[in-house]
Design a protein around this ligand. Structure first.
Ligand code: FAD
Length: 631
């Protein structure tokens, strides 16, 4: 029989990015024995790569900012498809979460009068992103880890053991959630280094596994992001929403090929950088959609004045939400006005003195110098869209993070959850999302564990099945190569379910995905269990495929263009689609897609908007309700 290490916890948090760490801290503060599990090294998560900052309406730089303005911006950015309650909680609680981070030891950049500085970002009406140069995520992770260490020191004093109540399992991948009926009973996985199996028995699991970007070739995401949490949730009976909405960040590196997709932070534009085509023209002025026309400058002069006098001028169109900018770049390149490497130019060199660029954007300066031998203080960068963030994710109760569907004891927070960002996330809204909803999920998971009369039990047969499934690729001979399968999947997703989508291609993608799913059942990895990346990928592929299928099915179903979902054959937003979430679930092995009405915004929230603006998004029926409310 196979050796399996066993652990017992009250709360198991899968993922050690911002959402997972904040959830774990909350669970530990609630007195729960807590495990943090991380596929990568501890400290290496997407959160650490976040550059621009964390959005929170503290009003430090412009005192007109407040949660209502932030809420409005978030709903606009998501094109009103957001779960309004999540957007509300996020806007209200983000400032507290940032200040709390300071009490954990975070050191943000300051304003002249010593407050936490805030920078401009796309879609945010006022300077709102708390930041540390362009290395904000690093500070966030550093501080949360430091808080965990300080809690462990308290536990050492109280219990004689640092890890008595909170323990980190790094380089450990979870492959299965185990259930007792419809209740979570534990999580099963393997240590990446030794290949040994490990079982965590726990009544409550918080998913904080981040995104899905590795299903695309050109992506800002790193190797871990294979949609594991999304797939684990589906297989446990939970549901996913909004999976058609993927954020293609407008500015990834396009050259050299080996680093294609690596992110160029939006802060470059927030701090004055402009986009130009091969003719040297600032083309974004041609791409301001009607819904945003009132808030964006019409001339370069006005746009440039905005940086120093934002109260009397409108914002530059380079700072439109990301979906708009990505589509514009795509259109310029398609029209033959792209750069040699197939992107556009992003110019900060002619806009700020060299020393200022190096001070404000140190990581970008080094990234271009080292990877592309480009000095961004002297020449423009070449950039183009890159798959960056998944708006879709586990359907959750907005207040608690409890997964919807028929499973209990499962919670989700951060990028793996859906709803908060609607059809498009604003930059900076993720880091704050992690803190707000990580804390909530950790607290509610603890309360759930506390309230159980009896602990769910892990069935021995389920553990055996998990072992068999994990070992299968190693035991097959002459099967499919995992790397070939991943490349084929990336080709399908990039070519047929990419930034601009069409009915025929989406239908074709489903045929190809079905074929890939079949091939994945025959995937084989050579070598043994000790640190074997081919085996790891073979196991990840199952997740990537089911999640990609949700994306493709939902993209085919949604016959409109909104946020991170653009249909060439349905190029406009359709109000009747605004009222619908597409919900993905698993029926045995089959992916099912259902329409579910979006919750209606509460009266006092919808009244934060002008009727004229609402008329661009809402159905006649919704508008009539609004009129009745305001009559
Ligand atoms: P992550 O930080 O992605 O962490 C996921 C964790 O789950 C990792 O520890 C991973 O190892 C673990 N995991 C995954 N699968 C498994 C498994 N099967 N078993 C065990 N563990 C698993 N957002 C902003 O708001 N502002 C920014 O400036 C910004 N800049 C960004 C820059 C880059 C380059 C990137 C890629 C993203 C950026 N984002 C930014 C987005 C933001 O960083 C992410 O959305 C966010 O960090 C996600 O946090 P998370 O806690 O949900 O997950």
């Amino acid at each position: 029989t196979t050796r399996i290490e066993r652990h017992h916890y009250d709360v198991v948090v899968i993922g050690a990015g911002g959402a997972g760490l904040r959830a774990a801290i909350e669970a530990r503060l609630a007195g729960k024995r807590t495990a943090i599990i991380s596929k990568s090294l501890f400290g290496k998560a997407h959160t650490v790569m976040a550059e621009g900052g964390a959005a929170a309406a503290m009003g430090n730089v412009n005192s007109r900012d407040n949660w209502q303005v932030h809420f409005r911006d978030t709903m606009r950015g998501g094109k009103f498809l957001n779960n309004f309650r999540m957007a509300e909680l996020h806007a209200k609680e983000s400032p507290q979460r940032i200040w709390e981070l300071e009490t954990y030891g975070a050191l943000f950049d300051r304003t002249k009068d010593g407050k936490i500085s805030q920078r401009n970002f796309g879609g945010h009406e006022y300077p709102r992103l708390a930041h540390v140069g362009d290395r904000t995520g690093l500070e966030l992770i550093r501080t949360l880890q430091q808080k965990i260490v300080s809690l462990q020191q308290e536990d050492k004093k109280a219990h004689g053991d640092y890890e008595a109540r909170i323990k980190v399992f790094a380089e450990t991948t979870i492959t299965e959630l185990l259930l007792d009926g419809d209740r979570v009973a534990g999580a099963f996985g393997y240590y990446r280094e030794s290949g040994e199996f490990v079982l965590f028995e726990a009544p409550a699991v918080v998913l904080a596994t981040g995104g899905v970007g590795r299903s695309y070739l050109v992506t800002s995401n790193s190797w871990e992001y294979t949609g594991d949490g999304h797939a684990l949730a589906l297989r446990a009976g939970a549901t996913l929403i909004n999976m058609e909405f993927l954020q293609f960040h407008p500015t990834g590196m396009v050259w050299p090929v080996s680093v294609k997709g690596i992110l160029v932070t939006e802060s470059v534009r927030g701090d004055g950088g402009v986009l130009k085509n091969s003719e040297g023209k600032r083309f974004m002025f041609n791409y301001v959609p009607d819904v945003f026309r009132k808030q964006y400058a019409e001339t370069e002069e006005e746009a440039d004045r905005w940086y120093t006098d934002p109260d009397n001028n409108r914002r530059p169109p380079e700072l439109l939400p990301r979906d708009e900018v990505a589509r514009a770049i795509n259109a310029e390149v398609k029209a033959g006005r792209g750069t040699p490497a197939g992107g556009v130019y992003l110019d900060i060199a002619s806009r700020l003195p060299a020393e200022e660029v190096r001070r404000r954007l140190p990581s970008m300066y080094h990234q271009f110098k080292e990877l592309a031998d480009v000095d961004i203080t002297a020449e423009p960068m070449e950039v183009g869209p890159t798959c960056h963030y998944v708006m879709g994710g586990v359907e959750v109760d907005p207040d608690s993070g409890a997964a919807a569907g028929h499973v209990q004891g499962l919670f989700a927070a951060g990028e793996v959850s859906g709803g908060m960002h609607g059809s498009n996330r604003l930059g900076g809204n993720s880091l704050s999302d992690l803190l707000v909803f990580g804390r909530r999920a950790g607290g509610h998971a603890s309360a759930y564990a506390e309230g159980l009369a009896a602990r769910p039990k892990v069935a021995a047969a389920d553990v055996e099945a998990a072992v068999d499934r994990a070992l299968a690729p190693l035991e097959r001979e002459g099967g499919e190569n995992p790397y070939t399968l991943q490349q084929d999947l990336q080709a399908v997703m990039g070519d047929l379910v990419g930034i601009i989508r069409r009915k025929g291609e989406l239908e074709e993608s489903l045929v190809k995905l079905a074929d890939l799913r079949d091939r994945v059942t025959r995937v084989a990895a050579s070598g043994g269990r000790r640190y074997n990346p081919g085996w790891h990928l073979a196991l990840d592929l199952r997740n990537m495929l089911v999640v990609s299928e949700c994306t493709a099915r939902a993209a085919l179903e949604r016959e409109e263009s909104r946020g991170g979902h653009t249909r060439e054959d349905f190029p406009t937003m359709a109000p009747q689609w605004r009222t619908v979430n597409l919900v993905c679930s698993l029926d045995g092995d089959k992916v099912r897609l259902e329409h579910k009405p979006l919750p209606r915004m509460r009266g006092e929230l919808i009244q934060l908007f002008d009727r004229a603006e609402l008329a661009k998004y809402l159905t006649e029926e919704e508008l009539a309700d609004f009129d009745a409310l305001t009559a």
